[in-house]
Design a protein around this ligand. Sequence first.
Ligand SMILES: [Cu+2]
Length: 168
Amino acid sequence: MSGSGFRKLSSAKLLVAAALIAIFSGAVVGLSVGYVVHYSAPATRIFYLFDGTVPFDESMFYGHPHDTFVPDTITVDKGDHVVIHYVNIEDIGEAHTYTMDPPYTFDATVYGNATQQGVVGTYPNVGNVVLSQGQNATITFTASWAGTFRYYCAYHQPTMTGYLVVIG
Ligand SMILES: [Cu+2]
C-alpha cells in the first residue's frame, strides 16, 4: 500500500465534493430566482378568446361537435387580474357559452357586437354567460386559486374546452 493510493482516493472525493457543491449552489441560485419571479406583483393579463372549429363533418365523429376554443390554454400567475375579450365569430346563428366550474366565477359584460357597441347585459359573479352570433363579452376575474381549471362551452362538449392554468 502506498501513499499515492490515498492521494488518488482523496482527489476523487474532492472532485465529488466539488461537484456536489456546484450542484447545490446552482440549486440555491435557481430557487432564489424562482422566488423572485414567483413573488412578482400581480399583473393584469389580457386575452382574446374566440370560438373555432376543426375541419370535420360533425355527423361523422360520433356526434361530437367540431367547435373548439381558440386559444385553448390561458396561463397566468396566482393573483393576476384576468381580462378575457370573448367574441362569438360564428358565420351562422349559433350561440356559445363561456362557463367555469367552482371555485371560479367571473364578472361579464356582453356587448351586441365585436366593437363593444351596445351593452346587452352585465352579469356579476356568475359561472356561465351565453353569447349569440356576433356578440362580444368582457370577462374579468382574479386568479385567486392556483391549479388547472377548465373553461368550456356548455353547448359543445366535450370538444369546446380550454384550460386556465394558474401558477401558484
Ligand atoms: Cu359552443
